[in-house]
Design a protein around this ligand. Structure first.
Ligand SMILES: CC(C)(COP(=O)(O)OP(=O)(O)OC[C@H]1O[C@@H](n2cnc3c(N)ncnc32)[C@H](O)[C@@H]1OP(=O)(O)O)[C@@H](O)C(=O)NCCC(=O)NCCS
Length: 186
């Protein structure tokens, strides 16, 4: 066979796959593999967490975290411990995902927030993280609420995967309209 005047070379079956695998090109094409450890945030996660926050601190992601700035100051505060629970998904020391359970005085339910790094999205990590957190909440005997912006389809699908149900819509703070309230009953 010729393509644009070039003759092709016949390779034994599987050669191309083998070359891609052994040169690391296969991994490069597919992107980083899924995070394999989900665990509670620890003090030595500070720098990987700062790197993760900074890499994902773009307007289209940060808007879902207002008022939780994705910056070093926030990372330092939560690593030091602020009474809430934080989890990371990491692969060999690199943070790929982050999930939080926050407890508010005067508010019965805990609330949750979830972030998967750009390069790890669409591989099921969001569902894995939230499933881990729901299991933890069940252990604590707590219900959990997720406030999710209208139009955040990915986030809605993730929480619905683990049994959250839509219970209503509300204005988040009087300024932003159209926030779904999802509740997961333990
Ligand atoms: C929302 C988010 C956590 C999803 O993480 P993820 O690891 O990419 O999600 P998953 O791969 O586990 O996908 C779960 C489901 O969402 C769907 N999904 C993922 N990204 C999607 C997108 N951009 N649009 C529509 N659906 C999407 C998947 O198809 C899958 O549904 P299915 O199994 O029914 O096909 C991630 O996109 C993110 O961090 N976004 C920015 C921050 C954010 O919005 N956080 C939530 C607000 S607190």
């Amino acid at each position: 066979m010729t393509v644009a005047g070039k003759e092709s070379v016949d390779l034994p079956a599987g050669t191309l796959n083998s070359v891609l695998k052994h040169t690391g090109l296969k991994q490069a094409v597919r992107g980083p593999r899924e995070a394999d450890v989900i665990r509670i945030l620890q003090p030595n996660d500070l720098e990987p967490l700062v790197a993760f926050f900074e890499a994902n601190n773009t307007p289209d992601t940060a808007k879902y975290f207002d008022p939780f700035p994705l910056d070093r100051q926030t990372a330092e505060r939560i690593v030091a411990g602020d009474g809430n629970l934080y989890y990371v998904a990491e692969t060999t020391g690199v943070v790929r995902g982050f999930c939080m359970i926050r407890f508010w005085s005067g508010f019965e339910d805990a609330t949750t927030g979830l972030l998967v790094g750009y390069e790890s999205r669409g591989r099921g990590l969001g569902v894995k993280l939230i499933a881990h957190v729901v299991t933890e909440l069940q252990r604590l005997g707590k219900n959990c609420t997720a406030f999710i912006d209208l139009g955040n389809t990915a986030s809605i699908r993730v929480v619905e995967h683990v049994g959250f149900e839509k219970v209503g819509e509300r204005s988040k703070d009087g300024r932003r309209q159209g926030v779904y309230r999802y509740v997961c009953v333990s």
